[in-house]
Design a protein around this ligand. Structure first.
Ligand code: PAD
Ligand code: ZN
Length: 365
């Protein structure tokens, strides 16, 4: 079977034949139908998210259950599933308090690139091949823990369902679960890419009155309007903080989201806020990056600076709910899928993302 493997950082991904073992107890074999291309995959290539290579990238995907290992109770062959890249262990402190997004076990395993028992399921000429966050969706088939296989309704095309597996969950979840944006409020979204567009539509869903989208690419800003932005700022042309003040009666926004992963734009999100506002960092910055914020503003302006991981998802509840919202006409998925590719075109898909040509690129199998 074919998979897109990163062998070395900063090098193109190679589509090669790999071997995949049968699922072990508690695991599920999935035939992938579609996989979205997320900037987090590119972070791995750039070593900004340094995971062990060789690794099968891709963590946003959907498919059909092909086989299940011993003791699997959550799904059966034939089920349609969206993959969750945070398979909760259910046993750590954070799982006990129902913060599955913060599962310590899932975090440690993501860094190891292995499955729960510490070994890999994929190999190439006898060498271990890792998986991105126990998923690895840029592959014809993948084996995942059953906690990663979230059963979904069958009346949503799998190529659209794939999108909720990362970008939609993260973006909408950042708004609804983390910031808990209130109707009538003002929201700034810095970075209108695959995830940022979902923050924008999440804010619209939450009833925000002003949704100010910021990007460097005009095409992204017009997409942002499609997803519910009421105002747009091209950061190449205008000062972001000054423009946000102008759009908010010189108060600043109540909520700001950084959806790029750069220290400067994280500080910008904080600086866009009015006193008592909340900034949520979605973007993943390199491990050693640090953000500079005026210290006096911390007590004197009483803002909140927080972050979100996987949109603070409870995947078994939230992923099916997002698809219900799509079926109810309240969430856009078709408009996100701007271009589809064969697995062998994966590097082109990354380049299109870097060039700002797509909302979300989708690999179709
Ligand atoms: P993307 O490349 O589709 O979007 C990034 C957008 O930011 C593009 O539209 C760029 O034009 C725009 N941009 C870049 N620099 C600037 C700037 N200085 N000012 C304004 N706009 C700018 O990426 P994505 O949406 O797939 O991912 C965005 C980030 O979110 C990335 O860091 C990714 O790793 C992270 C992410 N986090 C989680 C999580 O759980 N927190 C999940 C998924 C993705
Ligand atoms: Zn992602």
């Amino acid at each position: 079977m074919k998979a897109a493997v990163l062998f070395e950082y900063e090098q193109p991904v190679q589509t090669v034949d790999v071997e995949l073992m049968d699922p072990k107890p508690g695991e599920v074999l999935i035939k992938i139908a579609a996989a979205g291309v997320c900037h987090s995959d590119l972070h791995v290539i750039k070593a900004d998210l340094p995971l062990p290579v060789p690794i099968i990238l891709g963590h946003e995907g959907a498919g059909v259950v092909e086989a299940v290992g011993e003791g699997v109770t959550r799904v059966q062959p034939g089920d349609h599933v969206v993959l969750s890249w945070v398979p909760e262990c259910g046993e750590c402190y954070f799982c006990k308090i129902s913060r599955y997004d913060m599962c310590d076990t899932a975090a440690a395993l993501a860094i190891s690139g292995a499955q729960r028992d510490g070994t890999t399921r994929f190999s190439l000429n006898g060498e271990d091949v890792h998986q991105f966050s126990m998923t690895g969706t840029f592959a014809e088939y993948t084996t995942v823990p059953q906690e990663s296989a979230i059963p979904i309704r069958k009346d949503v095309p799998l190529e659209l369902a794939a999108l909720v597996g990362c970008g939609v969950m993260t973006g909408v979840g950042a708004v609804i679960n983390t910031a808990k944006v209130r109707p009538g409020s003002s929201v700034v979204v810095i970075g209108a890419g695959g995830v940022g567009l979902n923050v924008i539509q999440g804010a619209a869903l939450a009833g925000a009155e002003k949704i100010i989208a910021v990007d460097l690419v005009d095409g992204k800003l017009s997409l942002a309007r499609t997803f519910g932005a009421t105002h747009t700022i091209n950061a190449k042309e205008k000062d972001v903080v000054m423009s946000v003040l102008d759009y908010t009666d010189q108060l600043g926004a109540e909520y700001a989201f950084e959806v790029i992963g750069r220290p400067e734009t994280i500080a910008q999100a904080y600086n866009c806020l009015r006193k008592t506002g909340t900034a949520v960092v979605v973007g993943v910055a390199p491990p050693n990056a640090e953000v500079s914020i005026n210290a006096f503003s911390i007590p004197s302006q009483a803002k909140t600076l927080t972050g979100t991981w996987y949109g603070q998802a409870n995947p078994r509840v939230d992923l099916p709910r997002l698809l219900d919202l799509y079926k109810a006409g309240k969430l856009k998925l078709d408009e996100l899928m701007s271009k589809s590719y064969d697995l062998s075109q994966i590097n082109e898909a990354f380049q299109d993302m870097v060039d700002g040509k797509v909302a979300r690129g989708i690999i179709k199998f």
